[in-house]
Write a protein that binds this ligand. Structure first.
Ligand SMILES: *[C@@H]1O[C@H](CO)[C@@H](O)[C@H](O)[C@H]1NC(C)=O
Ligand SMILES: *[C@@H]1O[C@H](CO)[C@@H](O)[C@H](O)[C@H]1NC(C)=O
Length: 318
């Protein structure tokens, strides 16, 4: 069976402006309660918030600005969401009928507070907005929920943000970048929307997500690019069919792939340890490359094999 292509799709949508995808949007889980499973054991850890502090701040105070349905924010007296006033028009209707309704912009995600107040971890997906990532949050079960679209875009983003080192500051209600991997932080002092939570695929709205997805993918070395296949196929995930390659699905796949790479290669190490490991690996690679060049230059046997050794450049987050 062909392992489906998770790759090229977005080039298409970004050049054509808003596309209509023909799947209904699931309602967002309303509950924001979650058990605290903050654990240590990763890079740049910080102690979890004190339980007293946590208990005194019910997360449900956030519900004012979060709308669970896109229809009630279209105007109307009861709309008190802080959404920007210029909400793009819905995508044009698609020509063939009989299928599910075309994709609508997801209005709650237009609220600037959505990344800090939108509900996460209330359903099957194990996630706490607070603290560093835990091994439970990085389980293959969670990864399956990501690729099967059984958790929200915000939950996927939130988990990747935590792994990149952003830490939720409950008091200030913002994401703090002090512990973010240094090279990533240079470009992203604020946590980027890696999926396109608003589900508007026009160039202006989508290009930051497109870019951050590319940065994330570029940080994965060649030998870890197939993490989904390696880790999720044995659990029964068959990959995506070509026809379901919508931006949010492929980007979910990219995020899950990166999260597994993070779990296997970065989780639990300090930036200093990672940097040292990279130095050693680069030395070995440089030596191998020099040897390959020698073989190619001398035109001897093994020339093609040596040329195949070439690897695309990696731009690590650390
Ligand atoms: C992903 O996009 C599809 C359409 O492309 C949409 O129907 C679906 O609701 C989105 N999924 C999530 C979890 O955001
Ligand atoms: C994400 O970035 C990768 C690497 O540039 C690219 O191949 C892929 O098409 C992008 N996916 C989406 C959905 O933007």
């Amino acid at each position: 069976m062909m392992w489906p292509v998770i790759l090229p799709l977005l080039a298409l949508s970004s050049s054509r402006g808003a596309l209509s995808f023909r799947t209904p949007s699931p309602p967002l889980a309303a509950s924001s309660s979650s058990s605290s499973s903050v654990r240590g054991g990763g890079p740049h850890r910080r102690p979890p918030p004190s339980p007293a502090l946590v208990a005194s701040r019910p997360l449900s105070s956030s519900t004012r600005v979060i709308r669970s349905s896109s229809s009630d924010a279209e105007g109307g007296a009861d709309n008190e969401c802080d959404c920007p006033t210029t909400i793009p028009p819905p995508p044009p209707p698609s020509d063939d009928d009989g299928g599910p309704a075309p994709l609508q912009p997801y209005l709650p995600a237009f609220d600037p507070k959505y990344p800090v107040r939108g509900p996460v971890g209330g359903g099957k997906f194990v996630l706490d907005r607070r603290g560093p990532p835990s091994i439970e949050e990085l389980s293959n079960d969670n990864m399956l929920l990501i690729v099967r679209s059984e958790c929200t875009d915000l939950e996927v983003n939130t988990l990747v943000w935590k792994c990149l080192g952003y830490r939720f500051d409950e008091e200030a209600e913002r994401w703090d970048d002090a512990e973010v991997f240094p090279r990533w932080r240079e470009n992203y002092p604020d946590p980027p929307d890696l999926i396109g939570m608003r589900r508007v695929y026009s160039r202006e709205v989508d290009s930051p997500s497109l870019k951050s997805n590319q940065s994330l993918v570029r940080s994965i070395p060649q030998e870890n690019k197939q993490s989904l296949k390696t880790h999720l196929k044995p659990l029964g995930w068959k990959g995506y069919q070509y026809k379901e390659l919508t931006p949010n699905k492929t980007r979910r796949a990219q995020c899950a792939n990166w999260l597994i790479f993070y779990r296997e290669e970065l989780f639990g190490y300090t930036v200093e340890e990672l940097t040292e490991r990279r130095r050693i690996k680069r030395e070995a690679e440089d030596a191998a490359a020099a040897e390959a060049r020698r073989i190619i230059d001398e035109g001897g046997e093994g020339r093609e094999a040596a040329a195949d050794e070439w690897k695309p450049p990696v731009k690590e987050v650390f």
